[in-house]
Design a protein. Structure first.
Length: 154
């Protein structure tokens, strides 16, 4: 089960761009806790871990989250300093953070993996304990299915 909750919204200080914002999310997955920062500016958005260098991205082929640290190389190109797997954090958790951000959701989001009648695994999204629907992993939207046809997988 994944739990996501927005903590604080703050304007980043000491930057040239006064429009840049940082939204902090508490993410708990498989009894591991992470603070994920969603950085937003007119130039783009990024996800990173609090107190760690680099950006987070999903490796969908391996179903892993990775943290990549880049720097400027001696030939003025980008150099990858590190590209490591973040143990205990799944791409589904990152998608949940993006869903919360996209929908301006301040309430607690829970994503539970369950099995459907045809033995496919679906992710059910709840907000403050109320089931909202089945979470589409690709579009980060709620599918228009009813979760009543689903059974919880233990």
């Amino acid at each position: 089960m994944i739990r996501i909750k927005r903590l604080v919204t703050e304007k980043e200080k000491d930057r040239e761009n006064p429009f840049e914002r940082i939204h902090r999310y508490s993410v708990t997955e498989n009894n591991r806790h992470f603070i994920i920062l969603y950085k937003s500016s007119p130039h783009g958005h990024s996800l990173c871990m609090e107190d760690k260098k680099g950006v987070l991205y999903s490796d969908m082929e391996k179903n892993e989250v990775k943290r990549q640290v880049l720097s400027i190389g001696i030939d003025c190109g980008l150099r990858c300093e590190s590209d490591e797997t973040v143990d205990g954090l799944s791409p589904l958790a990152l998608r949940g953070v993006v869903f919360a951000e996209k929908n301006h959701e301040d309430r607690e989001i829970t994503i539970s993996e369950i099995a459907t009648v045809d033995n496919k695994t679906e992710a059910v999204l709840s907000i403050d304990g109320v089931i909202v629907g089945v979470f589409d992993r690709q579009t980060m939207e709620i599918k228009q299915e009813t979760p009543t046809t689903l059974t919880r997988r233990d």
